[in-house]
Design a protein around this ligand. Sequence first.
Ligand code: WTA
Length: 653
Amino acid sequence: MSDQMVFDDLLHEEREFPPLAAFAEKAALRDESLHRAGAADPVKFWEEQARELEWFAPWKQVLEWNPPHAKWFTGARINISHNCLDRHLKTWRRNKAAIIWEGENYEFRTLTYQQLHVEVCKFANAMKALGVTKGTRVALYMPMIPEAAVAMLACARIGAIHSIVFGGFSPESLSDRINDAQAELLITADGGWRRGNIVALKNEADKALETCPSIKNVIIVKRGHADTFHLKVKEGRDHWYHRIMDGASSDCPAEQLDAEDPLYILYTSGTTGKPKGIVHTTGGYSVGTYVTSKYVFDIRDEDVYWCTADVGWVTGHSYIVYGPLQCGATILMYEGAPNHPENDRFWEIIARHRVSIFYTAPTAIRAFMKWGDHLPAKHDLSSLRLLGSVGEPINPEAWMWYHEHIGRGNCPIVDTWWQTETGAIMITTLPGVNTTKPGYAGIAFPGIQATILDEQGKEVTQGSGLLAITHPWPSMLRTIWGDDERYVNTYFSKWDKSVYFPGDGAKRDDKGNFMILGRVDDVLNVSGHRIGTMEVESALVDHPLVVEAAVVGRKHDLKGQAIVAFVTLKSGAMMNREVIAELKQHVVTKIGAIARPEDIILAADLPKTRSGKIMRRLLRDIAEGRALGDTTTLADPSVVEMVREQYEEKYGD
Ligand code: WTA
C-alpha cells in the first residue's frame, strides 16, 4: 500500500447516468457555468448569489477570513424569516401553499405564505411578551407539526437563537442541551403521533425541566389529546400556545440582524464527549441554504417538495424550512412514521399530494427495499421528477433500487454529502448538468473547494484519503457554543488551520466524483490495508438476499483486524451455512480476498442513531466482547441487545 493512501480503493462502479434530456431541458441550470464561476473566484461567486436575497443593508466585505474563523457579508443586515416569508408576499406567491401538512392520524392542514406569515408574526409577538429578545436561547422539543416551523421562523424573526432537540431524545438529553445553551424558553407540545401512539412530549419535558434552572417559560402546543396523559400545567411558567396567540398582534417587522448574528444552535453528537452545539449565523447560512435548494433540488413553483427528515436534524433546518421557503416552494410536512398504518404510507402520501421532489435517507431506502417492491408498485408515483438522498453513503444497490422502483427510471437522483457543521450541501451532482454514478455523491457544489488529503496534508490524486474542504464557505459553522477551543481542535487542527476536516474518508474517480467511504473513526485495518466501511457493506448489499450490512473490525493476531459483518436479509430469506459462504464469496468477487469477512452474523436489525445512521461503534463492542459504550443516542436500545444475543448464540460456546 502506498503511504499516501488512507483507505484502500476497493469498490468499482461503472454504471453512469447522464442528465435525463427531459429533465435537463427545463432545469434551472443546464451547464457548468456556475461550477466554473465558483472555481474561478469563490468569494465573488457567493457575493453574486447573495444578491438574489433581500438585505436591509449591504455588506462592507464579503469574507473576513482569520483562519479558522470566518465572517461572511460583514456589516450587512438581513433576516432569514423575512426572506422566507415577506419577500414572497409582494408577489403572487402570497396565496401559494407554503406548508401542506399531513398528520399521522390523517389530519390535514395547509398554510399559505400569507397565513404562515401571520402565524409567525403573532407567535414572535407572543414570545416577546414573555421577555424573549434578540440573543435569547429558545429550546424546541416538538413533533413534526407546522408550529415547529412557525416557532423557528418566529425566533429568527426577532433574533432569538433556537436550539431544536429532536422529539425522540430522552429528558436527560434535552436537559443537557438546554443547560449547555442556557435556554430561557422551551417550546413543546402536549404530544405528537408516532406509529399510532401519542408521544407525550410535555410529560417528558417536565422530567428534563427538573434540572433546568435557566428555563423561565414553557409554551405548549395542543396537538394530541392532552387530558389522556395527565398533562400538568405549571402556573406562571407554562402557557398554552393557542391562548397566548389569541389576541397577539400580527404586526411584527423582522429584526434587521447583523449577518453574523447567530441564527441557531444545533447539537450534534461526536463519537466521544458531550454533544457539540454547532453555531450557525444568519447571513451566510441564508445564502448557502437558498442557493443549494435552488440548484440541487431545482425547485420550481409548481413543485410539491417533500423532505422526510425531522426538524430536529440539520436536514430539517436547511431543507425543510429555511432553504425551500426562501425559494418560495410548497413544502410537504409529514408528522409520523413511514410504516403506519402500513409499510406503504410514504407512497400513499406521494400519490395523494402529487409530490414531485422527494428527499430521504439511505436508511429509509433500505427499509423500503426490505419491505418489498410490491408496495411502491401499488401507488401512482408518476408525479415524482427528482429524488434525493442524505445522511449516509448510499450503497449502489440501494441507489439502483431507488432509481427503478421509486423514480421508475425517470428521475435524477441527487446524493447530497454535507453535515450539521457545513449547514448546506457541499458535494452532489446538479441534476440538469452532471452525470451521476451510483455510490458516488458527485462533485463539489459551485463555490465549494473540496479535495482529498493524506494524513500529512498532501493531496491524494489516486486512490483514497481524507476528505478536506480547503476554502471557507458562507454556511459553515462559526464555532461550538461555549467552546471555541473544541471548534478549532475538532475541525481545523488536522492539517493547516485554514483547512476544514469533516472526518470522512473519500476517493475520487477519474472525472473527479467523490465517493464517501464512511467515518474515519469506523475505518478497518486488515493486514495493513485501511478499508472504508462503505465499500465492503456495498458489496454485501449487492447480493440479492441482503438489504443492509454493517462491517466492523475485530482484533486479530495476524491481520491486526478481521472483518466482521452484520447483515439484515430481505423479508423471508434465511441465513444458513451456504448463504454465509455465498456472501463471503460475493465480497471476494466484488472486491477481492482482502475484504473477505471472517464472520457474517445475521441481524434482525442494526443499531442506529435516532437520525438513522448505523452505530458501528456498538457493533465493534459486541464483536470484541466488550461492555457496550455510550448507548444514549440509540434509536431503539432493544436492537443492540438482540444483535448481541444473535452474536453470542453463534460465538458464545
Ligand atoms: C454522513 C447530515 C455519504 C457523513 C446532513 C457526514 C453522508 C455525516 C452523506 C454528517 C452522503 C451525510 N454520503 N455520507 N450523501 N450525507 N453523510 O451531521 O459521514 O447528521 O460526515 O448531517 O453523515 O451527518 P449529519
